[in-house]
Design a protein around this ligand. Structure first.
Ligand code: FBP
Length: 241
């Protein structure tokens, strides 16, 4: 089922849901334009691009790589206990010819049980359509004092809830990440890029991620905010494969 999203068991996914999650403050004159990102995805032969449905509807002709549609999202304006609102159904994702669906889960949030209940329905619906499921799993909310502590827990929750690929944030400790990969069992782990870093730091992080046994990355700002997205993609791919 994951064949379309992987090459030799590895994957590099381009994330472009930040316009909803962070707002235009992440963007400049170039990368504010979805066409700019979709050209990077195509030129860099990314294994998939992750988008919200609005961009899919308006730019479908420009999407030339496998498509992950995010089914939920939130802005960063709301400061209450985190929950990502449903923005697209599995049925609509199928109509828009998604190759996989994405869903964000905030473990530790006061809204966690609502999130789990909604995700369980989505997970079962996606199974009916044979659509791979990618979960963004981030420990968040006032009960979470130190999110770095929960990296392996996030990975395990992904396995338990039925994700195929689990996207988590790297806490910077390679041994912890190895353990997180073990905790994910047969589900595959990919790492988010985070805020833009210098190349040396980023590439070292990619090395750690791959050494720890992850399947790859689902990365956004470190690619499309880079002064040379093609070059940095090439360097990352040399490490991933
Ligand atoms: P980046 O590689 O740009 O960090 O993107 C990864 C990602 O998971 C995005 O898909 C998402 O929009 C964002 O990070 C959410 O980050 P946060 O919740 O930490 O603001």
């Amino acid at each position: 089922m994951l064949n379309k999203l992987m090459k030799n068991g590895k994957t590099l996914i381009l994330a472009y849901d930040q316009g909803l999650e962070h707002g235009p403050s992440d963007f400049n004159e170039d990368n504010v334009d979805p066409k700019f990102i979709l050209d990077i995805a195509k030129g860099g032969k990314f294994n998939a691009v992750a988008l919200h449905k609005g961009i899919v509807e308006k730019y479908r002709d420009k999407i030339k790589v496998p498509l992950i549609i995010k089914l939920n999202g939130k802005t960063n304006i709301w400061k209450g206990e985190p929950i990502s609102g449903l923005t697209c159904s599995v049925e609509q994702a199928v109509k828009l010819k998604a190759d996989a669906i994405g869903y964000t889960i905030y473990i530790g949030s006061e809204r966690e049980s609502e999130i789990f209940t909604e995700f369980s329905k989505i997970q079962e619906e996606a199974r009916k359509h044979n659509l791979p499921i990618i979960t963004w799993i981030y420990p968040r909310g006032k009960a979470v004092r130190n999110d770095k502590k929960y990296m392996s827990y996030a990975a395990r929750v992904g396995l338990e809830l039925g994700a195929d690929i689990i996207k988590i944030k790297y806490n910077g400790n390679k041994e912890d990440l190895k353990w997180a990969v073990k905790c994910a069992g047969r589900a595959r782990v990919v790492i988010a890029g985070g805020v833009k870093k210098n190349d040396k730091k980023l590439l070292k992080q990619v090395e750690d991620i791959m050494d720890a046994g992850c399947a790859g990355l689902a990365i956004g700002r470190n690619i499309w905010q880079h002064e040379d997205p093609t070059e940095i993609t090439k360097k990352i791919k040399e490490i991933v494969w």
